[in-house]
Design a protein around this ligand. Structure first.
Ligand SMILES: [Zn+2]
Length: 86
């Protein structure tokens, strides 16, 4: 049995400089990259990346069925904010 401590998710402060959070909206299949620094400012650096989804609303379909994970592709992203931080 593994203890929960071994599954500590990456937090917003654990993101690399300029790294975003990729949010995938399940109902409309939209992918959004949200600025990690903007999220950290809003939610705090200790906020786990997977839990960011609880605070996002899709700006296209207003859905809240969103999955979030660290964005490893657009490492040198611009400030892209396509979702509302609730
Ligand atoms: Zn959506």
């Amino acid at each position: 049995m593994r203890s929960p401590e071994q599954f500590t998710p990456l937090t917003l402060s654990g993101l690399a400089e300029g790294q975003g959070v990729l949010a995938s909206c399940n109902p409309c299949n939209r992918h959004i990259v949200v600025s990690g620094s903007a999220l950290a400012e809003r939610l705090g650096g200790d906020w786990p990346v997977p839990k960011v989804s609880e605070r996002l609303v899709c700006s296209k379909c207003n859905g809240r069925d969103i999955a979030t994970r660290p964005d490893w592709k657009t490492y040198s992203m611009r400030q892209v904010v396509g979702a509302t931080i609730a």
